[in-house]
Design a protein around this ligand. Structure first.
Ligand code: DC
Length: 210
């Protein structure tokens, strides 16, 4: 079974994807890490993130092991990832690795922006996770504070709106729900209830297919 989870920044899709993967004993790929790692490789090489030629080279040269999550999961790297992710050639360079992961025996859970639309259009289950920008900014602020990073709610909200616009307005594989995705709005749900709602979607989809 392939479970494709898409949604905007800080919608809770990563947490849901991890929990669903654990529940169904499936491997999980957070595809945002690929774009974050591409951006980090560029910056470490002293290149600009808006340099398309260098960005493609960085994406092609990614080593998929030993991701330094502490460096990848910062706010700055999320922003930089969103810039490199808008280059169609960068996206193309990362398609195969994601499809190979999804094709593992038994299936997989992948989360990102274009999993249900581009990477795994035939996934048995597609969930588009969303929440209001204010809810997402709040969650991000709590998460950053938990990692002792500086928190300024207003600028986090501004970042989220900017990232939403860039991710959904780009020409290449923009952030959008697949036509056959179930929409899960987690604005009024805590983690536990969001997980239950996601489980109910998976069960519904898989019993409809069987
Ligand atoms: O999910 P995230 O915040 O780690 O993603 C960082 C950026 O990477 C996001 O703003 C857009 C890009 N991204 C993408 O374009 N496609 C994906 N499948 C995953 C992430």
């Amino acid at each position: 079974m392939i479970i494709a989870i898409d949604g905007p920044a800080a919608s809770g899709k990563g947490t849901l994807a991890r929990r669903l993967a654990a529940h169904y004993h499936l491997p999980h790929l957070d595809t945002g890490l690929l774009y974050r790692a591409t951006a980090l490789a560029l910056l470490d090489a002293g290149k600009r993130v808006d340099d398309p030629v260098a960005a493609v080279e960085a994406a092609r040269g990614l080593a998929l092991i030993d991701f330094d999550e502490a460096r990848l999961r910062t706010r700055e790297m999320g922003e930089a990832a969103s810039v490199v992710a808008a280059f169609p050639e960068v996206r193309a360079a990362l398609v195969d690795v994601q499809r190979r992961f999804a094709a593992r025996d038994g299936g997989a859970v992948l989360d990102g922006r274009d999993i249900g639309t581009v990477i795994c259009p035939d996934a048995e289950v597609k969930i588009f996770v969303t929440a209001s920008p204010e809810t997402r900014a709040n969650r991000r602020a709590i998460e950053l504070a938990g990692r002792s990073q500086k928190v300024d709610y207003a600028s986090i909200l501004q970042d989220i709106r900017k990232r939403d616009a860039r991710d959904s307005e780009r020409g290449a594989a923009p952030l959008k729900a697949a036509e056959d995705a179930a929409i899960l709005d987690t604005s009024a749900l805590d983690v536990e209830n969001a997980f239950r709602a996601a489980l109910a979607i998976v069960e519904r989809r898989t019993s409809a297919v069987a």
